[in-house]
Ligand binder design. Sequence first.
Ligand SMILES: [Zn+2]
Length: 159
Amino acid sequence: MSEDVKDAFVCPNCHSDQIQSYELIYAQNVSSSTHTTTGVGISTGGGLGSGVATTSGTSVTALGEVVAPPMMKSGMTFKKGCLVYIGLGFLLLPIYAIAAFTDSTFFYFLETAIFFGVVYYFYKKHKDAKKWNAEVYPKLLEEWQHCYMCMKCGHSFKV
Ligand SMILES: [Zn+2]
């Protein structure tokens, strides 16, 4: 879609037609693994001469950082859940020991409260992340897909 739309617009700042979508600029400025990223020519003038990183792993240039797409929030994974569960166990063990040793209702209550509090906290965080990914993220991504940058003056704008 952006390929067709691209040339139909000019920069609102300097009226240059050398504009490029964030999506394309990002693709040109991020390199993964050991592949050497080769520059993609601009459709019209072809005046862009930006250097591209060729290091191994994922590397993003400074320009790539500017035009980076929105990221999804990571929810609870099985691995994270296990770590939380283990951490919770270590946290509750001394409280449980005190509760058992003193037969204190307060400590039993405290332990239960902490357990459900922590579980609820992570459950809520996970739900919020899922909700954000489902409701907010698509909007941000769509906005990002409409972002363009002028290759002449560096002005960013939405189309
Ligand atoms: Zn411009």
